[in-house]
Design a protein around this ligand. Structure first.
Ligand code: ADP
Length: 297
């Protein structure tokens, strides 16, 4: 099931929340929708799921236009909104049976979903007795009850403790095996842990759309090196594969290479050939974190 978003612009009064946003997601992808708070992630998700219907542009879920066939599109989408609205006074099973009745589904389907999202040990409890992690599972269970092919999850891991985080990440990965998943987050590590692609949004505009594999392969390598003496830049610039050399402090340099090949031995050879000693050397990779910082300033 594909999701195609074309030239979406959304204004709240005079404020532009989204500007000319376009992307498409193919079946089987787990895509992280990454951006700082206020970037426009929730607004985009509400548009895709049909909860906001005044906007410019076009959203198609498997060729069905959300503006023209909202009900049919919503049958194909499972949505976990940001604040996961639940009826706290209801029992887990009771709540999910209530949700199932909205979809006119048989009640016994709920058992299977409870098991699928790992809620079995807590299924007899009231929702207000559950931890945040288990509440998220209830929200996810409600989102997948009608077996949608597309899952839209708005900040599903925010506020979870480290164990819950790992469990919910694994659940999303598991669901991503047979569903198309778009999930929003403002945390880079979430994307690295769960997704195969990232769409980076800032101030309502898409600023990057990358496969995580490409990002790893295309990484630049950064080496911070401290020599025992000052070196002139023209000598430093003789080091092969060097993209940039910055004298960050006294005898310390930050060297950027356009290769993922480990360049440490080359730097050692350079020091040796020029009669220098290396006092300190660190390598860093230009990862999603660096990209996020650069693109969301
Ligand atoms: P994110 O999910 O990335 O945090 P949002 O989509 O919630 O971003 O918000 C994008 C921008 O639109 C923000 O500046 C936010 O204040 C504004 N915004 C969101 N919802 C409304 C609304 N209902 N009315 C007015 N402004 C809104």
């Amino acid at each position: 099931m594909s999701v195609k978003v074309k030239n979406i612009t959304k204004l709240y009064g005079n404020q532009k929340a989204l500007e000319n946003v376009s992307f498409s997601i193919e079946k089987g992808e787990i895509v992280g929708f990454l951006g700082p708070n206020g970037a426009g992630k929730s607004t985009m998700m509400k548009i895709i799921t049909g909860y906001i219907d005044t906007f410019e542009g076009e959203v198609k879920i498997n060729d069905l236009d959300i503006s023209k066939q909202k009900i049919n599109v919503q049958k194909e989408i499972g949505y976990l909104p940001e604040h996961n609205p639940l009826y706290l006074d209801m029992f887990v099973k009771e709540y999910l049976q209530f949700c199932a009745s909205i979809y006119k589904m048989p009640k016994n389907e709920v058992e299977h979903i409870i098991e699928k999202v790992g809620l079995t040990p807590e299924a007899h409890k009231k929702i207000n007795q559950l931890s945040k992690g288990y509440r998220q599972r209830v929200g996810i269970a409600a989102a997948i009850l009608h077996n949608p092919e597309v899952l839209i999850l708005d900040e599903p891991t925010t506020g979870l403790d480290p164990n819950q985080l790992v469990e919910i990440r694994n659940l999303i990965k598991e669901l991503g095996k047979d569903k198309t998943v778009l999930f929003s987050t403002h945390i880079m590590q979430e994307v690295e842990a769960v997704c195969n692609r990232v769409i980076l949004i800032n101030k309502g505009c898409i600023v990057a759309d990358l496969r995580l594999k490409e990002l790893k392969e295309g990484q630049e390598q950064l080496i911070e090196v401290e020599f025992d003496f000052r070196v002139e830049k023209r000598f430093i610039e003789e080091i092969p594969n060097l993209l940039e050399a910055e004298n960050t402090f006294d005898t310390t340099w930050e060297l950027t290479f356009d290769t993922t090949k480990d360049m440490r031995s080359v730097v050692f050879d350079f020091a040796h050939d020029n009669g220098l000693k290396i006092l300190k050397l660190n390598t860093k990779n230009k990862n999603l974190e660096t990209l996020f910082k650069e693109l969301t300033l």
